[in-house]
Design a protein around this ligand. Structure first.
Ligand SMILES: *Cc1c(COP(=O)(O)O)cnc(C)c1O
Length: 220
């Protein structure tokens, strides 16, 4: 995989509506600060403890995105500061995020993770499960969360047509959900898809947030 500079990626994003989440997991604070010095403010982590440690150590105007799977019992550690939670995959987790957000008198932005890959190991809701969650009449009571869109991870393959089909499928589902549940709700606008190896394809299919780690920071 080619290494990219922040500037190169930002140039690639200019013609799009997408933003870069720099995925800094396993990388030290200095690596984050060197991108921060060049203006990058959105960073993504996939583990709660590492996210908390980095939040405490680093400038407070960083927007922290939790991109990995989140266990219900760990929401409380990040609820005071997290900017967006990308991988919500159950109603129970939404309820807990709502509860902890309420304690901090804030509204936490979340994305629903949709399973689009072939691999069984990846987390996420099926389309049917996502629809059931959105149709749940208990959802309206969760006033301290805001569902801002969807997130997905394509199959880890070199087959670009397959990856494109998966991203396209997620985009179609995003549009369906938007029209059926979030019409006239401008905050429902995010489609978090694309990583180092496939973000170019994701951008072709309407990604609004690419989550890029190793292409920026080097291999982990
Ligand atoms: C690690 C990770 C990424 C970034 O992966 P790279 O291949 O290093 O760009 C993106 N999304 C999630 C959910 C991740 O865990």
């Amino acid at each position: 995989m080619n290494h990219k500079t922040l500037q190169e990626i930002n140039n690639e994003l200019k013609a799009t509506d997408a933003v870069l989440i720099a995925v800094s997991k396993t990388k030290p604070a200095e690596a984050i600060l060197s991108l921060y010095a060049h203006g990058q403010r959105r960073f993504g982590e996939n583990k709660v403890q590492e996210l908390v440690e980095k939040y405490e150590a680093l400038p407070k105007d960083i927007e922290w995105h939790l991109i990995g799977h989140l266990q219900t019992n760990k929401v409380k550690y990040i609820a005071s500061f997290v900017h967006m939670i990308h991988a919500v995959d159950s109603f129970k987790l939404l309820e807990e995020i709502n509860k902890q957000a309420l304690k901090h008198q804030r509204i936490i932005d979340v994305l629903l993770q949709i399973h689009i890959a072939e691999e069984e190991t990846k987390f996420g809701l099926s389309q049917a499960e996502a629809l059931a969650l959105l149709e749940d009449n208990k959802l309206a009571a969760l006033q301290n969360i805001r569902i801002c869109g969807l997130m997905g991870m394509a199959t880890n393959t070199t087959d670009e047509e397959k990856i494109s089909r998966e991203f396209q499928g997620l985009k179609v589902f995003f549009d369906t959900i938007h029209n059926s549940f979030f019409n006239n709700q401008p905050h429902f606008r995010e489609l978090s898809m694309g990583m180092s190896s496939d973000y170019k394809l994701a951008l072709q299919h309407g990604s609004t947030m690419i989550r890029v780690g190793s292409a920026l920071f080097g291999v982990r």
